[in-house]
Design a protein around this ligand. Structure first.
Ligand SMILES: [Ca+2]
Length: 158
């Protein structure tokens, strides 16, 4: 499978350079989650800023995750739940408000958010600093807008 290959490539880089620095930017203990071969989500154990996450997904030949339907949202909830049910962490997904006015789009496709799964009261753009979207802060993986510089796990997709 593709992700297995990606893992092997990263491992190979590590072996060739004999330097953990070469792969320290991407924790390869990730987990792939596949739903009927339609969309593949990759849960990355490393923590990055939103743009660091975007860069890492891109460097793996993937995209920062889009969540464009309830089926996608349910899939992510299942994926994270299977990753570790007790794992109360936050994960970047690929939605961002580029104009600081709360108009969100998917960074990977430049498409507006048609389907949205924000928590009630979100997005609140607290202190005018919250332009990036993560999940895991609220029950049922409802979305929150948060400061893009915060370090969080992240989800890539293929
Ligand atoms: Ca918020």
């Amino acid at each position: 499978m593709f992700f297995t290959q990606a893992s092997l490539v990263l491992t190979a880089i590590w072996l060739l350079t004999d330097s953990p620095v070469a792969v320290s930017s991407i924790d390869i203990t990730f987990q792939e989650h596949i739903r009927d071969a339609q969309k593949k989500y990759l849960l990355v154990n490393d923590k990055k800023s939103f743009f660091g996450a975007w860069q890492d997904c891109t460097s793996l030949g993937l995209k920062l995750a889009t969540v464009t339907s309830k089926a996608d949202a349910d899939e992510l909830a299942t994926a994270i739940g299977s990753y570790n049910p007790e794992y109360k962490q936050q994960w970047w997904i690929g939605a961002i408000a580029l104009n600081h006015k709360g108009y969100f789009m998917w960074i990977s496709t430049s498409r507006p958010l048609i389907f949205q799964n924000f928590m009630k009261g979100e997005p609140n753009n607290q202190d005018g600093k919250e332009d990036c979207v993560s999940i895991g802060q609220y029950p049922d993986y409802k979305w929150n807008d948060d400061e893009c510089e915060k370090l969080k796990h992240y989800i890539c997709e293929a």
